[in-house]
Design a protein around this ligand. Structure first.
Ligand SMILES: Nc1ncnc2c1ncn2[C@@H]1O[C@H](COP(=O)(O)OP(=O)(O)OP(=O)(O)O)[C@@H](O)[C@H]1O
Ligand SMILES: [Mg+2]
Length: 257
């Protein structure tokens, strides 16, 4: 289980101060897929970096399976698989070699690394490019390799920031299928996105975040009921107060255009 308790994150000081998160509280239950939905700059990546122990909250506390992300960061890291939205993969190692490297880092036995790598290569539909240098990969191939790396140690808690960003419809489907399979295997998932259809198709519960605060949280039905809107896109605009300029959120619904 994941718990955010009154979490605030401030970057910079003085005039440059940015309050990226302001007293964010929510819980993700075991075995749940929780979607963090919000426009650009809302605070999704900041939330997931805090959860992944890469950042420390300015105020408040985050726990993962009861473990504090600041005081017990190593134990937390052992339990999570994190896919960053801005990681670039370069170098002359192949995906298979990277899997072996990260498997070693996690003290997984050689044979088990090979088994898991083969399973991931199949699930991720990596064709035969997994033997090629990662620097020769396309965006989608890199994303698949990064997902493999995040999952190799078989974490119970999966934190994916914009997992389908930049992917075509086919690769996007492969990734969604993997996320569903992880849920079926009892994993807890927290996924950020600004794509409505992903949130609708995938998530058990959704939190809409805007300007550093959670504006609404619940199942799709609960969100429709609370907002009185017929679909997630309309609910989203009603919750964030329409199309605003400063967040650079360019997606407009047809009805409003
Ligand atoms: N290291 C940093 N230093 C200063 N400000 C930051 C830093 N990281 C994030 N911010 C600010 O915090 C706010 C939230 O950013 P964040 O990256 O969490 O948004 P996001 O919801 O992931 O957006 P996107 O959809 O564009 O990825 C933004 O105003 C951003 O400029
Ligand atoms: Mg982001």
């Amino acid at each position: 289980m994941i718990q955010f308790k009154e979490v605030s994150k401030i970057f910079g000081t003085g005039k440059k101060e940015v309050r990226a998160l302001d007293k964010v509280s929510f819980t993700v239950g075991s075995g749940e897929i929780f979607g963090l939905l919000g426009p650009n700059g809302a605070g999704k990546t900041t939330s997931l970096r805090l959860l992944s122990t890469l950042l420390k909250p300015t105020q408040g506390q985050i726990t993962v399976a009861g473990l504090d992300t600041v005081k017990e960061s190593q134990e937390v890291r052992n339990r999570i698989g994190f896919l960053s939205s801005d990681m670039n993969l370069t170098g002359s190692l192949s995906a298979r070699e990277l899997f072996r490297f990260f498997g070693d880092l996690n003290h997984i036995e050689e044979e088990e690394i090979a088994n898991r790598s083969n399973r991931l290569i199949g699930q991720l539909k990596m064709g035969d490019f997994y033997e090629r240098k990662v620097e020769t990969y396309s965006t989608g191939m890199k994303q698949k390799a990064l997902i493999g790396i995040a999952l190799l140690h078989d974490p119970d808690i999966i934190i994916f920031d914009e997992p389908t960003n930049g992917l075509d419809i086919i690769t996007g489907r492969v990734v969604l299928d993997i996320l569903k399979d992880l849920k079926n295997r009892g994993k807890t998932l927290i996924v950020s996105t600004h794509i409505m259809s992903i949130a609708e198709k995938l998530c058990d519960r959704i939190g809409i975040i805007h300007k550093g605060t959670i504006r609404i949280i619940g199942t799709l039905e609960e969100i429709y009921e609370k907002t009185g809107e017929p679909d997630l896109e309309e609910a989203f605009f009603s919750v964030i107060g329409g199309v605003t300029e400063d967040e650079g959120y360019h997606h407009r619904s047809k009805k409003r255009a």
